[in-house]
Design a protein around this ligand. Sequence first.
Ligand code: NAI
Ligand code: MG
Length: 482
Amino acid sequence: MTTFEYSPALESRSIVSIQPEYGHFINGVFVTGTNHFVTINPADEEVLSRVALGNADDIDRAVDAARIAFEATWSKMPGKERGKYLYRIARILQERAREFAVLESLDNGKPIRESRDIDVPLAAAHFFYHAGWADKLDYAGLGHAPRAHGVAGQIIPWNFPLLMLAWKIAPALAAGNTVVLKPAETTPLTALLFAQVCQQAELPPGVVNIVTGDGRTGAALVDHPGIDKVAFTGSTEVGKAIARAIAPTKKKATLELGGKGANIVFDDAPIDECVEGIVDGIFFNQGHVCCAGSRLLLQENIAAEVLEKLKIRMAKIRVGDPLDKNTDLGAINSRAQLNKIQTLSQAGESEGAERWSPDCSLPKKGFWYPPTIFTGVTQAHRIAREEIFGPVLSVLTFRTPQEGMEKANDSPYGLSAGIWSEKGSRILWAAQQLKAGVIWANTFNKFDPASPFGGYKESGWGREGGRHGLTAYLASAEENND
Ligand code: NAI
Ligand code: MG
């Protein structure tokens, strides 16, 4: 097959200025930190900067600042005024969009096409959307005189660093909470740039605090007696540890954890569109997506045709420099994540599934994995049950629609699912059977701030986004007085 050779079309990195070292952002200013560690560009292992490893004292200072800001300023401010700050932040994110996109791609490894067209615009959209909520809380059926919880401790992962920050901070602030946020250890830089946006927007000091660090910093935040609510996105294992840690306390929590989304193709599906949806479902963001369509369930009589077309399409995926505008699949975020993908893929092979990847040359430096599919996968295989969180698709088949539903639901997770069929009645029937928080029909991986997102079973507690997500940051007046 002929493929066109594209000349590289590199996005310039001159728009970002990265400091050699960062401290934490507490009470509206950057303060020095200790025990700095490096954050690298996973595409070439270049050291980008050194960030501080937050300890219990840093968390304590940040929570104090957030508490004072909550009591003295933010909770007293009319919602309409809070909304103005959120609008201002949203507009600054748009104005500085290219800077954020380049920095995100450098620190995370994701293609600029995605950080530019998805992560950053959606992050701004979350602030716009929640800005509109800030002055309507009393009139929208959110309970009698809804009130903020107080200080929210927020912990985010590395797969969508700025977007997850927006998912956490925008609703918290709209509802009148103040926050202490801890970004992931491999991707702290856009959160630190966001701290500068808070300064630029003249957000009152202490409303947003950012403490960098690793799991120990996150645990210190969860354990701090001064926080009222925990919002976490990350692994199911850490989610369970957080649930245990807060069980004896009055802290509220939302947990957004792993997934093993079923992408289900019925034999009446439009095959060409569906192939695009399969690619989008698993290769978007290198498959580092909690709601990825990582289990493809094909109705048996069309399986061969779908797989043939999928392989032709996969051969056209361009893997390489995240800053090249032609790139579809960027770098794996860390060596640890690459090891996990390799281990699970190895398990797939040794348990009897068949691996296939197109011919593609991977860069020598950095962390890379080719787009991969496994066929002949059974329900018992590890690659059908465990979250791989990489560009690896497990393909299973089913004969009857009922069998398809049973296989789709046979998972400890229940975050997302996709249904491909031309029949509306079949789509509605399947959507009712599926135990998944988000279900897409004839599309995949579509996000909107107005739409609630979250899971069943081991995929977590609660919802983020939309009106449902907002309620997680609010309590009724009665509840707050207990
Ligand atoms: P992780 O759950 O350890 O990390 C997520 C965040 O939690 C990071 O900010 C981390 O510093 C923090 N953290 C770690 N231990 C903590 C603790 N005890 N208390 C409080 N905070 C803590 O995830 P990791 O190790 O980066 O990835 C492991 C696997 O988790 C991935 O391979 C993937 O399967 C899954 N994952 C799922 C995500 C999702 O969006 N659902 C996001 C990231 C990872
Ligand atoms: Mg990094």
